[in-house]
Design a protein around this ligand. Structure first.
Ligand code: BGC
Length: 369
């Protein structure tokens, strides 16, 4: 190798090591005594994401406000034990199937599969022990990203096929948290992976999110029945509290007597994204006036679940003992439509051997004056 070849390599390595870093420590132990690690990614601007190998949980996400002060904008717990309690799914990877499957059953290739009913008669977010409650195998990628892998065995939680899943969290120097999901199977199966971070751009524990302004790039949404299962209709948002095509405060119409708002106890609905092509496209933009923080969500997925923390009731004490009350955060869970395996007209969530499932979602942070 000549000296000429060595110079560019040296420069590249220097840039990588000075701009980003990753470190990890023990976060706790599972009830069966396995060690849970907490990995922290940090970019050149000091933005920090801490991710747990248990559930792939985004435990904290520190981004600047308009003065440059960092604030943690996701709900969660300081102590790992908090994540072992019955879940609101704070920050977790959700799988195999994000959101609900009606009657906890579906038919695939003529075979009926039965899942665990953990939400009335339905199965929610993967069942009894979904991907939010398993230990993922970590690998730090050059200090820039964290790769998590998990093998979900054939029959786990009632789903067919050995499903091999890889989730890569990357923190970019553009203040983006990028999540890449990849999966393969050895038998026909269904899946719908997402992340369940609860955001409050004023800072976690800083009151409700009703004054946040939200834009959703969606002309239609999927109305639900009283079990929050899609009826199958794709309804226009026009003239309803679901029209966020122009920015609206989240709280502006959340108290309306619209039948769907009442059924959801607020927003808890799947919005169908207006997509252009197959790549990343803008799904949502949320802004918080006091901090000036702005979050944009870009995704390759066809839809996003907008959930306003309606089931948070102040009984959870999160980081620093802060009380997480009703609507103290919102989720933007990029996904396929809930209950797709029982709706042949919805975009398919089937994965076959030989195919590779791949989805990407980017949460991009900036500030506005
Ligand atoms: C669902 C809500 C549920 C929440 C926490 C959301 O994705 O749509 O109905 O309460 O997750 O489980």
């Amino acid at each position: 190798m000549t000296t000429r070849n060595l110079i560019p390599l040296t420069i590249v390595l220097t840039v990588m090591t000075t701009n980003c870093s990753s470190n990890h420590r023990e976060f706790g132990k599972t009830p069966s005594g396995e060690s849970v690690e907490l990995y922290t990614l940090k970019n050149a601007k000091g933005v920090e994401a801490a991710i747990s190998t248990y559930g792939g949980v985004v435990v904290s996400l520190k981004v600047p406000d308009r003065t440059g002060a960092l604030g943690d904008i996701v709900l969660g717990f300081d102590d790992f034990k908090g994540y072992l309690l019955p879940p609101p799914y704070f920050g977790a990877i959700i799988g195999r199937y994000g959101n609900r499957i009606a009657h906890a059953a579906f038919t695939l290739d003529g075979v009926e599969y039965h899942l665990f009913k953990n939400d009335g008669d339905n199965s929610l977010h993967g069942g009894k022990r979904g991907f939010d409650k398993v230990l993922w195998t970590p690998k730090s990628l050059n200090g820039l990203a964290l790769q998590l892998t998990y093998l979900s065995k054939d029959g786990e939680e009632g789903y067919p096929g050995n499903l091999s899943v890889t989730v890569v969290y990357t923190l970019t120097d553009n203040n983006e948290l990028k999540i890449d999901y990849t999966a393969t199977t050895d038998k026909d199966t269904v899946l719908n992976l997402t992340n369940h971070s609860y955001f409050n751009l004023a800072g976690e524990g800083q009151g409700d999110i009703l004054a946040h302004e939200l834009t959703l790039n969606a002309d239609r949404y999927t109305p639900v029945d009283k079990g929050l299962i899609p009826t199958g209709e794709l309804r226009s948002v026009e003239g309803t509290p679901f029209d966020f095509r122009q920015p609206h405060a989240i709280g502006e119409r959340i108290g309306s007597n619209d039948e769907q708002i009442v059924l959801g106890g607020g927003y808890d609905h799947n919005f169908i994204l207006n997509r252009t092509g197959d790549g990343l496209s803008l799904a949502a933009r949320a802004t918080e006036a006091k901090s000036g923080r702005v979050m944009e969500v870009l995704t390759t997925q066809p839809a996003v679940q907008f959930y306003t923390g309606n089931f948070l009731d102040g009984t959870i004490h999160g980081k620093g003992g802060k009380v997480y009350g009703r609507r103290s955060a919102f989720c933007l869970e990029t996904q396929h439509y809930p209950d797709s395996p029982n709706h042949p007209s919805f975009p398919s969530t089937e994965l076959k051997p030989g195919e590779t499932y791949h989805q990407t979602t980017v949460y991009r942070f900036s500030t506005a004056s």
